[in-house]
Ligand binder design. Structure first.
Ligand code: ATP
Ligand code: MG
Length: 344
């Protein structure tokens, strides 16, 4: 059987997953799981880097995020779902990799720069936050993943990972770690309902995958359109109009969407009619996911069992990589190989 390429992704358990996750990454993961070896990390240790004041929130959301995975069609028989903080090899790899990256390089990372600004850290950036790209390099390389299906905010982090990979390989004088590449979807960055560049759990501008029809309708009604489109008869702008961005992402009937765009540009299509269509489309996307999620959430013990089994499987894989990296870097071995106790 040919070797299946390894895929790794993760999500921070900082709140329920949303439509941005769905189009940016989750749909790709569901498609990849059949013919790839896929690991999915609930990144609770990374979530602590900007939520140390509220660890209970992070802990509570682990099961929630796992329920979202199962609801969108991640199959635990095909994908390994695991909990980051329960994989000690990831923390050890992070500690080793921190010596292969400079603080200046971390500060130049455009994603980190944006996130520091959005979180208003000022000069009080938690050290763990500044260094989370190094922890992410540990996550990706511990599984020897070569494919990372993500939104485009993650590309600078994958570049950072590959820099660390090259440094470790140079130090080891052989290619022990593979390069990883980001796999973008057609919609690689879904804007927030407020028109800001990215829908994000932390920015309060998301439609979650568990939203009710009433939540969806309210979110669509609040959406930013074209501020100069005052009367139905006025010509309106399609570019930068979030309602059209969402229709492009979620409405399968592209011919009708093209027709709506033409009518909007010409004048004669009102925001109310446009938003009514979008609300219907989004209710159709989210409705079945919400239904499955409600069934899954009724049995938290099963979700816990899935996370336990996945994490145990991931412990073996990540510990093997850690042992290889330690050996390749020439770290002191406490037990001489010939003095190892015989296996029982
Ligand atoms: P937080 O605000 O806590 O950082 P988030 O909403 O940014 O949460 P993450 O857990 O950081 O979500 O992201 C998980 C994955 O989902 C990443 O691969 C990320 O690129 C992707 N993703 C998140 N938001 C979007 C979006 N709006 N469009 C496309 N992809 C997204
Ligand atoms: Mg994020």
């Amino acid at each position: 059987m040919p070797v299946r390429p390894t895929v790794l992704t993760g999500d921070r358990p900082t709140g329920p997953l949303h439509l941005g996750h769905y189009v940016g990454s989750l749909r790709n993961r569901v498609a990849l799981q059949r013919d790839h070896r896929q690991f999915i990390l609930v990144a609770d240790a990374q979530a602590l880097t900007d939520n140390a004041h509220d660890p209970a929130k992070v802990s509570r959301n682990v099961l929630e995020v796992a329920a979202d995975y199962l609801a969108v069609g991640i199959d635990p028989a095909a994908s390994t779902i695991c909990v980051q903080s329960a994989l000690p090899a990831l923390a050890e790899l992070t500690l080793l990799y921190l010596n292969f990256v400079s603080v200046a390089r971390l500060e130049r990372n455009p994603t980190i720069k944006d996130e520091i600004k959005a979180r208003q850290f000022g000069r009080d950036i938690p050290a763990g936050f500044l260094c989370y790209p190094v922890a992410q390099a540990a996550d990706i390389t511990a599984f020897k993943a070569t494919i990372v299906p993500v939104g485009d905010d993650q590309l600078p982090l994958i570049e950072q990972t590959n820099e660390i990979v090259r440094r470790i390989n140079r130090q080891a004088r052989r290619d022990i770690l593979p390069d990883a590449r980001g796999l973008l979807s057609r919609i690689s960055r879904l804007p927030g309902i407020d028109g800001r560049a990215k829908m994000s759990k932390s920015q309060g501008n998301a439609i979650t995958l568990s939203a009710s029809d009433a939540d969806i309708i309210a979110a669509v009604q609040a959406m930013y359109t074209d501020p100069d489109h005052l009367r139905v008869a006025d010509p309106g702008r399609v570019e930068g109009n979030v309602v059209f961005t969402y229709l492009d992402a979620f409405d399968d009937d592209s011919a009708t969407v093209a027709d709506l765009k033409a009518r909007y540009r010409r004048g004669g299509l009102g925001d109310v009619e446009l938003k009514r269509r979008l609300a219907r489309v989004l209710c159709d996307v989210i409705g079945p996911i919400r239904q499955r999620r409600a069934d899954i959430a009724r049995d938290p013990d099963t979700i816990r069992d899935i996370l336990h089994a996945g994490t145990m499987a991931a412990r073996g894989v990540t510990a093997t990589t850690l042992a290889e990296v330690r050996q390749a870097l020439g770290l002191f071995e406490l037990t001489k190989p010939d003095k190892c106790p015989a296996p029982e």
